[in-house]
Ligand binder design. Sequence first.
Ligand code: SF4
Ligand code: SF4
Length: 374
Amino acid sequence: MGSIQVAIARVERSDVFLAVRRAVNLVGGLQLGEGDLLIIKPNMLNARTALEGVTSDPRIVASLVKLARERGARVVVGDSSGSSTPLRTREVFKATGMEDAVKNAGGEVVDFDSQQPMLVEVASNPPLKVVVPRLLIEASMVVNVPKLKTHVQTIYTGAIKNIAMGCIIGQTKLLVHRLGRSCKDLSRLIVDIYASISSNVKLHVMDAIVGMEGNGPNVGDPVELNLVLASRNALALDIAATLLVGFDPKEIPTISYAMQRGLGPSSIEEVELIGDAVSIPVKRFKKPSIFKTNLLSYLSSLAYPVLEWRPYIRRQQCANCGSCADSCPTSAIDLQTSTINYSKCIRCYVCYEVCPSRAITLKRRISLPISRLF
Ligand code: SF4
Ligand code: SF4
């Protein structure tokens, strides 16, 4: 494969529209016409904002809506938030300012969970069937708007994961978490799902205005980069984004497996950065605590399962919203008592990921086989 371009545009004087238009035009434009239907898929994990580093920036999405409306296309912005319930996704759209931004630009918002579903077979091991909204296939094209963030389960989340995990609906998300218990297994499933459902995803525009380092995608620290990235290829974009934040792309399991599967560049050298010149890395992001390579973590990995990270609910901070319990793939959370049943918990950290109040924390604990019963 020849080189695949990734455009980088700086946001100058807070003009997000100019940066989005420049990045998109550098990779060939929106390529939509009168009457086409465009679906935009941002990352709307929970009700925390873009400037907190959690959700996709409404200004980027509104800019895309405006560009598509100028071409006469109808635009629908949709997602299935972390807790997979339609009500919560609608709340997230409202609370983050996304709904107003999209409507003001001439688009509509929908929650994927209440759309007509469609079953898709995924060529994975084990074989899997996932449910996605039919809209994804019926649209003229889908534009992916991921966020540049770290992730406690997969080190990094980006373009591939935003489509794979954000477009599957209903109980399928829980099933994927039950099957993908390790970083490697979950990453392989994510890539396999992406390969099966992304045929209509033609453009990726990444929000790197405020990213997140450390314990992303929810509890890490926001980092201002003031960049918008765009590419026609999700893997190329993920490689570029990880280079920009000082990670070795091949150490990110979704990236290395997607390279093996031939979903884009087969080497880092095949990614061509165009647009605004930036230093590489722009900023070195901290990895999630679970993946930090220091002596203690090395010893912990040797000692596994003696030392492990466990989620805990901080009762004083809990707003009792129910998102963690709804998202838990093993029903291990009891909200009446704010406790977690560790004999059921599979340490997937989805509860930690979705909690909008940052009321769930991770602590390293000794876990002898007998203590797993409690
Ligand atoms: S309690 Fe949290 S970490 Fe444990 S299985 Fe449920 S969602 Fe995953
Ligand atoms: S810990 Fe409390 S605030 Fe956080 S997701 Fe669970 S119920 Fe909601």
